[in-house]
Design a protein around this ligand. Structure first.
Ligand SMILES: Nc1c(NC[C@H](O)[C@H](O)[C@H](O)CO)[nH]c(=O)[nH]c1=O
Ligand SMILES: CC(=O)[C@@H](O)COP(=O)(O)O
Length: 140
């Protein structure tokens, strides 16, 4: 049994609740345990994962959140830098599934966050578990 940390960037309460439900269901279905850490936004997710990894308590990580385009360039910064930060961590060997949605509007977010629809939270958890298995195979 593995212990998975879900790091949620809680910018939109109702959308994060859906993403969390999907991710938790996928982890429990696979027979693992999970904890949840909440940060203000997607830009804080990579650092939270890096800090939590220092504990040695987690076998994999799932990043969840929703970034919806506003009026300014900040959308690109939040999307690109959170994704880059997570990707950089994966390249150091961490097993991470990225479930941070980057969308144009709330309707797109809802369709993707809802476990009964596209279930991107569950998909991110599945990706984290797949990478954890890969890490266990090659690193031990
Ligand atoms: N606009 C969204 C943000 N913005 C906040 C940043 O992620 C960050 O918390 C802030 O710049 C302070 O460092 N975050 C989201 O997750 N989603 C958004 O739509
Ligand atoms: C993705 C964002 O950071 C966005 O919510 C910010 O909105 P705005 O660009 O209108 O300030």
């Amino acid at each position: 049994m593995a212990n998975i940390l879900i790091v949620e960037a809680r910018f939109y309460e109702h959308l994060n609740d859906l993403l969390l439900a999907g991710a938790r269901a996928a982890i429990e279905e696979a027979g693992h345990t999970h904890e949840t850490l909440t940060v203000p936004g997607a830009l804080e997710a990579p650092a939270a994962i890096a800090l939590a990894d220092e504990s040695g308590d987690y076998h994999a990580f799932v990043a969840l959140g929703v970034v919806i385009r506003g009026e300014t360039y900040h959308f690109e910064v939040v999307c690109n830098e959170s994704a880059r930060g997570i990707m950089d961590l994966t390249l150091t060997g961490l097993a991470i599934g990225n479930g941070i949605l980057t969308v144009e509007n709330e309707a797109q977010a809802l369709a993707r966050a809802d476990p009964a629809q596209l279930d991107k939270g569950g998909g991110a958890a599945a990706a984290a578990l797949a990478m954890m298995a890969l890490r266990q195979r090659y690193v031990g």
